[in-house]
Write a protein that binds this ligand. Sequence first.
Ligand code: DC
Length: 228
Amino acid sequence: MGKSFILVAVDGGAASGKSSTSKILSERLKLLYVNTGSHYRSLTWAVLQAGIQPDDDASVSSYLETIPIGTIVEGREARITLESKVLGDEIRSEAVNNAVSIVAAIPEVRQFLLKHQRGYADLAKESGFEGLIMEGRDIGSIIFPDANFRFFMFADEAERARRRELEGQVDSIQKRDQLDKQRKTAPLTCPDGAIKIDTTHLTLEKVAQKMQDIVQSGNNMANEPHKS
Ligand code: DC
């Protein structure tokens, strides 16, 4: 019998270590990797380019209806396309960093992306991957609450700021986290039952190894009860 398809959800605040470790895991376990932050970032870039205020919910929502979105698989990563194009470094600009959490708080934006994001499970199957690893803020809570493994990553604020600085990015991570936690729809939260990983003092390799060990052992039990 063939191996069963594995669904891995990874959530956490900005610069908590989700992307780098999820990419490593995708390579090792032959999973399709999806970074949902880039979905919100791409839409935010398009909104800003169109001259729409990010907090103008109605205009943002109706504008989104007009943008054709799609997907392209490059190696182990599936990326969102806007008008058949994958956006580049512009989605990591300071302007996008400052606006993305405002756009991401709009319920219609989240609904629009929810359908798109759930579709990646079928894409991964159709493309012959052994599973899907998707990272973001609401993957284990809303997009795939039944994922086989749900991880929640966190790290000290000073360490997270240091990571962004090393990447040469201007990013007010504290402010973004605050907005992401406070929004009404699908806020950033540690889903009940998720496996928590404190990445503050761990190398990316150590975190990836820890995740790999957990997935390969098949033990998806939360390591401690969630305290709200
Ligand atoms: O992962 P990132 O820092 O690139 O994400 C950018 C922003 O996108 C984040 O501050 C909030 C939003 N986001 C979200 O609301 N839900 C997700 N699943 C992923 C990202």
